[in-house]
Design a protein around this ligand. Structure first.
Ligand SMILES: C[S@@+](CC[C@H](N)C(=O)[O-])C[C@H]1O[C@@H](n2cnc3c(N)ncnc32)[C@H](O)[C@@H]1O
Length: 196
């Protein structure tokens, strides 16, 4: 390996550890950009590369902030111009801070041998049933929402649509399906959740 190749390899390794925009990212970004009113304050949880946050802030007049647990994701989102904090779900934020929260969560059930040992696995898998991170998110998200606030949550048929909607209901949220798209092994949906 030459000295010239070293930085390139380091860059590729970093890209591999950050979820890059895919069908789920596009569906969430376009749905939220269509829904958000000008002047809204929006939190993009698990912002990853910052793609969803970037599209929404470019296509709407919302003030957008991202959060991610992965420091490499925070660096990529920042390089894209997104204001981002490193942290666990909504924990870094004060109460009543946002009109809108959106989340494309890790939603795949983990393989039996899966042990969440790298950032990419943590980006895509949500425990045994795929709903572990969604459940933790639903525990605390209402705290950061303003009274008329709402949530846009990307989920997949692989995660169990009825199970996610029941989980949301058990945390006091009503839900409706806003957008749907079929892909080879799953159907992607965007749920809107609200509690008022
Ligand atoms: C499926 S990726 C979505 C990335 C990006 N929003 C997109 O749509 O392209 C899920 C993201 O959630 C982040 N994540 C996972 N668990 C998290 C947690 N507890 N708190 C904050 N971010 C988390 C991952 O690091 C990853 O960037």
């Amino acid at each position: 390996m030459t000295d010239d190749e070293t930085p390139r390899l380091a860059e590729l390794r970093e890209v591999d550890q950050v979820y890059q925009p895919a069908e789920d990212s596009h569906l969430l970004a376009e749905t939220v950009a269509d829904e958000v009113e000008s002047g809204a304050t929006l939190l993009d949880v698990g912002t990853g590369s910052g793609y969803v946050a970037d599209v929404v802030s470019t296509e709407s007049d919302a003030t957008v902030v991202g959060v991610d647990l992965n420091p490499l994701a925070c660096e990529q989102a920042r390089a894209r111009g997104v204001s981002v904090l490193r942290g666990d779900l909504v924990s870094p934020f004060r109460g009543d801070a946002f009109d809108v929260v959106c989340f494309n969560p890790p939603y795949l059930p983990e393989a039996p041998e899966g042990v969440w040992d790298d950032w990419m696995e943590q980006a895509v898998t949500g425990g045994e049933d795929g709903r572990a991170v969604i459940a933790a998110f639903l525990e605390d998200v209402e705290r950061v929402l303003r009274p008329e606030g709402r949530i846009y949550l990307l989920i997949s048929t692989v995660t169990g649509v009825d199970a996610v909607r029941s989980l949301a209901e058990s945390h006091g949220f009503k839900s409706t399906v806003l957008a749907e798209e079929s892909h080879s092994f799953e159907r992607l949906l965007v749920l809107r959740l609200w509690s008022h």
